[in-house]
Design a protein around this ligand. Structure first.
Ligand code: URP
Ligand code: ZN
Ligand code: ZN
Length: 464
């Protein structure tokens, strides 16, 4: 059904104006000061956006949905994760394929795509995790890039013996990325240092979740970013540091960017909103707040916000990784290194960024759109996403900037049994959300009806 979004304040990464948007055939086909509904097909739905912001659909560049990890599986499937994403204003996400150490890349791609294909309500793509890099893997990785439009890799410098990549393989993979024009995203923490520090803490009887942060302090992450930047500089590859959490890591990234290294930076919403004291809560409550890199001292928050405003950091994602408190996080009751890592936030990201960033004046509305949508679409080659323009996909969020609501596990769409922001009041809500021209959320509630409507967005490599 065609759509007319009328009288909204349209905000993109570089514009802010009032106008009407007409969508037909899944695309935005007209944007004008005023479009007369009487001139449109009789089945056109008119959405009144007066007093509302009209944003491009938000893009989350870092989510985990199908995630075999630390002896268990993350709780969402694509039906619940994409429902949560859409209600929160996110219309496209990029999931990390995290293969087992000996799994063939093509098998991993098929496994992850098989989970998303008939389930996702929103559009999606994948970063291809690379854990093995022998001749067979090399050949399959080339085919996945060429035949399936997967134009980004993912490596872990952390998680020793599970997901981490050797320096030899990192160097070779980045060289391949340079040749193919594929950007490599990286979890930047030194796996060897973490493993040693974890063992030391455990041997001292320090077993609770409050010891997670001391086992991987800021220098461990700064070293990881420095390491990635050095290898990128030597190979000429384009790289992207995921979930950058602290001033020391931001400083390494800024220095690399200043000397011409093609390095983009992501931070994720838990690192702006929460701090290490959350992981220190008694009765094992802190386990809800164990993620990697860990929650940091609050002093880092100002640096993260400033990096968004200055452009050192390009994107704000979630690193949505949902593990239940009961039955999953408690696998690490006697040993913090066994607590499945992750703080879910796929539904909460946009409202938290709006409340903590825009409402406080830390970032302006154009920066908000840039870091939560446009930059991710551009860096990762998501054509048609991340902006409002004629010809773009009709992924649109009509946003009420004054609506107050309370975050809670009782009302969230994810299947996980807790909400790390339980009881927080936020200001702003995605009131109406469209995915390729179809209304999927109304009055902040999900109204989609066909799991599997979401499409794999095929991407072209651009990072030569
Ligand atoms: O704690 C986290 N971040 N869990 C998900 C896996 C990862 O490192 O991204
Ligand atoms: Zn990570
Ligand atoms: Zn992650």
């Amino acid at each position: 059904m065609p759509l007319l979004i009328k009288n909204g304040r349209i905000i993109t990464a570089d514009a802010d104006y009032h106008g009407d948007i007409y969508c037909a055939g899944e695309k935005i086909t007209r944007i004008e000061d005023s479009i007369d509904p009487g001139s449109l097909p009789s089945d056109t739905e008119v959405i009144n956006a007066s007093g509302r912001y009209v944003f491009p659909g938000f893009v989350d560049p870092h989510v985990h949905v199908h995630l075999p990890f630390m002896g268990t599986f993350a709780k969402d499937d694509h039906e619940s994760a994409s429902r949560a994403a859409i209600v929160g204003g996110t219309t496209t996400y990029i999931e990390m394929i995290c293969p087992a150490p000996d799994q063939e890349p093509m098998d991993a791609f098929n496994e992850w795509q098989g989970k998303a294909k008939d389930q996702s309500h929103c559009d999606y793509s994948f970063h291809l995790g690379v854990v093995r890099f022998d001749d067979l893997a090399r050949e399959q990785i080339r085919r996945i890039v060429r035949d399936h439009g997967i134009a980004s890799f993912k490596v872990f410098l952390a998680y020793k013996g599970a997901l981490d990549i050797s320096d030899e393989n990192l160097f070779d993979l980045l060289s391949m990325g340079k040749e193919l024009g594929v950007i490599t995203t990286a979890h930047c923490e030194n796996a060897t240092a973490i493993a040693a520090m974890q063992q030391k803490l455990l041997s001292e009887g320090k077993t609770g979740p409050e010891w997670h942060e001391p086992s991987r302090p800021v220098r461990v992450e700064a070293e990881g970013v420095h390491h990635l930047a050095t290898f990128a500089e030597l190979t000429g590859a384009h790289v992207y540091a995921v979930h950058t959490s602290c001033a020391a890591a931001i400083e390494e990234a800024r220095a690399a960017q200043a000397r011409g290294v093609k390095l983009w930076v992501e931070s994720v919403i838990p690192h702006f909103a929460l701090d290490h004291t959350h992981a220190e809560q008694v009765n094992f409550e802190g386990a809800k707040y164990v993620m990697s890199p860990p929650l940091r001292d609050r002093a880092n928050h100002d640096v993260l916000w400033a990096a968004l405003a200055s452009g050192v950091t390009s994107t704000v994602g979630t690193d949505h990784a949902p593990f239940d408190f009961n039955g999953q996080k408690d696998m690490g009751k006697d040993d913090f290194t066994l607590i499945p890592n992750g703080i879910p936030s796929i539904q909460e990201r946009i409202d938290l960024l709006h409340t903590l960033g825009v409402k406080t004046g830390r970032i302006d509305l154009n920066t908000f759109v840039r870091v939560a949508s446009t930059n991710a679409a551009q860096i990762f080659g998501l054509k048609g996403k991340g902006t409002i323009s004629v010809g773009a996909d009709a992924d649109i969020v009509v946003y009420d900037p004054e609506h107050k609501h309370t975050l809670s596990a009782k009302t969230h769409q994810s299947q996980v049994d807790y909400n790390g922001f339980e009881g927080w009041e936020v200001t702003g809500r995605a009131e109406t959300v469209t995915v390729r021209g179809k209304v999927m959320a109304r009055d902040g509630g999900f109204v989609g009806d066909e799991p599997g409507r979401g499409r794999l967005i095929q991407r072209e490599p651009t990072h030569f």
